[in-house]
Structures are given as structure tokens and as C-alpha cells.
Design a protein around this ligand. Sequence first.
Ligand code: BG6
Ligand code: MG
Length: 219
Amino acid sequence: MTKAFIFDLDGVIVDTAKFHFLAWKNLAESLDISFTEKENEQLKGVSRVRSLEKILEWGNVSITEDKFNELMAEKNEEYLSYVDQMNAKDILPGVLETLKYLKHNNHLIALGSASKNARLILDKVGLTAYFEAIVDGNEVTKAKPDPEVFLMGCQFLKVDPNQAIVFEDSQAGIKAANAAHMTSVGIGSVDILSESDFIFNDFTEIDEQTIHALMNFNK
Ligand code: BG6
Ligand code: MG
């Protein structure tokens, strides 16, 4: 059976989660809404529009549509100013080795990200060529925890969803993978990712043997 490996981007391949955090925190505080790591966790994997809606809900703040669009643009501008500084050094530990191993062994690799900046970031860090399919925030209509993004990845790769292995750092992403009966692999802390089938701190813990274990795992 052909297997597909689907990677989330932010917080899995690159540490852009910290840039999203900084930009959202500045935006929230400009509206007098408190924003800590706790709130940020709930925005991981969540689209830009939905993230701003959630922040406004938390602060009980309502704004006009124009102001909403203005804030979205400002947030993205600040975020992109951080992204602009990125290069291959920003690839998280062990990720490149894993991608090389998978590629070398002819495994199918896709990106499944909520971000509209995904292609730009992959280009900046020089990883675009590893991906047979890229599904990002420009293609999907339903945000994680809806499995649409990962199901589209499987469609592009012509692989059954139950043959897919998903790497994710967000609760929403793990829920999405589980909903599609894919093998869910959490990258991060067990406190946050307890619903995943496997959990690792980072990709340095994922060696050849581990990849085989992931491939042989049946839900
Ligand atoms: C996800 C991030 O990958 O992409 C979220 O985890 C982010 O934090 C979302 O809001 C949308 O990203 P962008 O780059 O389109 O604003
Ligand atoms: Mg993520």
C-alpha cells in the first residue's frame, strides 16, 4: 500500500508559530485584549480570519468589517516582516533529515497547512522541491479541525486517507487527522497533543525505525 506523509507547516517544519504569536499579541493588546500563550494555543492551525474572530470574541469587542480587514492586513504585514528574515537555518531540528529520507525512499510527501503564506515560506527556507502536493489556506474552505486540507492532500497524491501519516503541532490539526482516520503524529508536548496516535518532541526523535513503525500502524 502506498503511504503518504502530510506535513503541517507552522510549528512543524519551521518555528513560525512564534511569529504568529508576536503579531497576534501586538494586535490584541492594541485593542486592550489580553493575549497569552494559553490563548495562542487555541489559534494554532486556525485560519487568519477565524483567529481574529476568536480574539475579538475573547475581548467582547465588535468592530466594522473595514476595521476587521484593516487589522487582518496589519497582522499579516507584521508577520511577513518576521518571515522576511527567514532562511534554511529556520528549519526545525531533524525536519530536513526526515524529508531527505522520505524522498530518497520514494515516499509521497504533501503539505497541509492553513496558512496563505505557506508557499512563500517553503521557498524562503528552500524546501519546496520536497513536496509533491501543497495544500494551503488558499485552497481550503473549511479550517482545521475539519479534515478538508488533509483529504485534499490525499486526493492530489491519489492515496487513501487511511494510508496517510500526518505531522501536526496543533490540537485542531490532530483532530482533523483523526477525523479522517489518518495516523496522527503530534510534534510537541503531550499535555497539548494527547489525542494523537504518536507524540514526539521534535523530528530528531524520528529515525528510520520510527518511520517504519508509523507506516505499520493500523488505526
Ligand atoms: C496556521 C497557523 O498554520 O496558519 C496559524 O498555525 C495561522 O497560527 C494560520 O493563523 C493562517 O496563516 P496565515 O499565514 O495565512 O496568516
Ligand atoms: Mg501548525
